[in-house]
Every structure is written in C-alpha cells, then in structure tokens.
Write a protein of this length. Structure first.
Length: 392
C-alpha cells in the first residue's frame, strides 16, 4: 500500500482516509456522529406540533395553534438573512404585541414530533426573545412517556424578566446529583431532584453561565446569536455555546466532533471544541434511567411559576406594575422583540462506520477538524477549497 506524504498525515489524523493503489481488502472501523434529522427551511413546521393546552407552569399566556399563529403572524419565515453561506430562511416564532390581553397574551410553543435518547442536538439560533419584564423564554428538552419529571427535563436556554445570564438546568426525580467538572459556567444547585430537601421545590440542578459568554438576552441578540450544542449520552449531559464568530468548523461542515468526557478522540480525530459551558455528570448517577425519549421544545411564556413568582425581586420590573400579570396584560408594545429566529436544529447520533478499499479503489472520507479537512482538500486536489479553508 503506497501513500504520499499528505495522505499519510491524513491517515495518522484518522480524520480523512485516502487510499491509493490498494491491493487487498482493508476495512477501517470508527464511530462518528451522523445527521439523523435536519429541522430547517420551509419544511421546519412539518416536524413540530403547536401546543395549545393550558400552560403547565400557570403562565399568563395563551398558546395558539398553527392556523391561528399563521393568520396572526406569530409563526412563519423571516426574510432571508444570509448566514453561513446558506439561503435557508430562518423560522420566526413570536408573541402578540398589539393587543390588550387581560386573559393572557397569545404566544407560541412548538414540540418536535420525534423523540431522542442518546443524541447530539445542535441549534443555530439568530435571535431569542429579548429579556423583557414578564417574559419567560425557553429552548428545552422534555422527556415523554411518564409523569413529569420521571423522564427528565433539560433546559438549554432559559431565563425570566430582565435576566442577563443563561441558566442550564436539569429536572428529575430522586437519584441524579452532579459533581463539579471543568466548565465555563458555575454550579448553583447540584441536586437534580425537584423535591430535594436542601433546595427550593422544582429547582433541580442548575449551572449559571457567565455574562461574558454572551449566551443570553441583549448580548446574545446583539452578537447575532450563536450555536448551542447539547450532547446526551450514558455519562451525562454536556452543553456548549459558541458565539457566531467562534463556531467550530466541523459544525459548519456537518461533521461535528465533540470531545468525549474522558477526552478520548472520536475516530482518532482530536476535537477542536472549547470547554463546555455546562457539564452534568456523576459516575454514581444513572442518566439513562432518568432521561428518556426527549422532545425538542421552543416557547415564550409570560409570568407563571417563575417569572411571576420573582417579579418583585427585580427593582426594574416591580416599578412597572404591581404584578407581572398586570404589566403583561396592558403593555403589548413591550413585547415586539419577544421572538425567536431559528436558523436550524440538527440532530446527530453516534454511528459505527466502516470504510473499505479493494483492488486499487480509492476511498475518501471527509475529516472533522479544520486541519484534517484542509489535508483532505490537498489530497483530492481541491486547491480552491483548501485556500478557502485557510481564510476561515
């Protein structure tokens, strides 16, 4: 088997395989994350249901169905915003900002038709509901098939009122506690049990991001949003946030390569991802038994068990009205910026892959890091693409 120097380096990286003049069958086995669902573009709403029931968190909100949302412009597609060289229109999910709403403000809550267990979920979000008094926006995962929270809940992007920092939170029954790991965020509470004796009811285990992360509110929106990557496996749950200018190249290329908890490489390729913002792990806790069949949810709520409960804790909000409900009912214009703009949600699952060569056939596999991808471009003679990668 003959390799030139470039392809030999690619083989050492195990991110690209380019085999020339092979004289015998040669299988190569490795694991990689492969795309299983792509929620983007004009078929986005085909994969989600609109929740129209009473708000489970007792909010001052009325969630509307697809027909009503479309008729009142609370859901749809935004004018094309070029992002990552794509022409796919972002999804718009908003709330009513024109009407007095004494019975609750109209808003949207969508739930994915598919469910997931072990998965890597990557959400590219351009805009989140602005941190306005009375609001409770959330991008989260909810376990199904059992009474809450027996199948678990994962809050990825969430806050209330005029918050400035994101909170990552898990809600479970007894049996899951997290231990300190290397992460960008700070643990606020460590017991994920909603009935933990040493925590307020329903708090769960929570990690607070630092304001410098720009993962929430005004800083997030001013920075054209970013990407949240959530990895769920038997070892626990890890969440990354990447600012718009710092998204890993492998995510752009559709070949995400997150580091494993024990820092082992995926298929031999070294991950270029930074430290996670939140890490929920504990060898003594069984995550597989507490997080099952997770659905993806986006919603914008108002008041309720969190935003309404802490209304008077904010000097800014409490000066606006005596109660959260009063303010939300009578100030529609305050919520013109309470909308989601979602570029895409992509779900990947870990898959065993076998690449084989036989009788002088050549096999090429895209790599999962900037360096290995550039090697690939050289190996295949695509100098223009290699030069393009140099400029990224």
């Amino acid at each position: 088997m003959v390799y030139n120097k470039t392809t030999k380096l690619a083989a050492l990286l195990a991110s690209a395989v380019f085999v020339e003049q092979a004289t015998a069958f040669f299988p190569i086995n490795f694991e990689t994350y492969q795309l299983t669902y792509d929620y983007s573009g004009t078929h986005f709403f085909d994969n989600f249901d609109f929740f129209t029931g009473a708000d489970p968190t007792n909010g001052h909100v009325k969630y509307v169905g697809l027909t009503d949302a479309n008729a009142t412009s609370l859901a749809g597609f935004m004018p094309d915003i070029p992002r990552n060289n794509t022409k796919v229109p972002p999804v718009y999910l908003g709330a009513d900002y024109t009407s007095i709403a004494t019975d609750g403000r109209k808003s949207t809550r969508i739930v994915s038709n598919q469910t997931f267990n072990h998965a890597l979920i990557i959400a590219d979000i351009l805009h989140m509901p602005a941190p306005t008094c009375g609001t409770w926006p959330a991008y989260w995962l909810l376990g199904t098939g059992a009474e809450w929270p027996k199948a678990g809940e994962v809050d990825i992007l969430e806050g209330v009122n005029d918050a400035t920092m994101n909170s990552y939170t898990l809600h479970t029954t007894a049996g899951v506690e997290i231990v300190n790991q290397t992460m960008k965020g700070m643990i606020k509470t460590s017991n994920c049990d909603i009935n933990a004796s040493n925590q307020d009811k329903n708090v769960g285990c929570s990690v607070c991001d630092r304001a410098s992360a720009k993962s929430y509110g005004k800083a997030f929106n001013d920075n054209q949003g970013g990407v949240f990557a959530t990895l769920i496996d038997s070892t626990g749950i890890r969440i990354w946030f990447f600012e718009r200018h710092n998204i890993p190249m492998d995510i752009y290329l559709g070949t995400p390569n997150p580091p494993s908890l024990d820092n082992k490489t995926l298929g031999g390729a070294i991950s270029t991802w930074s430290t996670p913002n939140a890490v929920f792990t504990n060898p003594e806790s069984s995550f597989d038994t507490h997080f099952k069949d997770m659905q993806i949810i986006f919603n914008t709520g108002f008041c309720g068990d969190w935003a309404g409960k802490v209304w008077n804790n904010s000097t800014t909000c409490s000066k606006l009205a005596p109660t959260c409900e009063d303010y939300v009912s009578n100030n529609p214009g305050a919520f013109s910026d309470a909308y989601w703009a979602i570029q895409s949600i992509k779900v990947y699952e870990l898959t065993n892959v076998t690449i084989s060569t036989k009788n002088a056939e050549s096999t090429y596999k895209k790599g999962t890091s900037w360096f290995s991808n550039r090697v690939n471009m050289k190996a295949t003679g695509d100098k223009a693409r290699a030069k393009e990668l140099d400029g990224l």
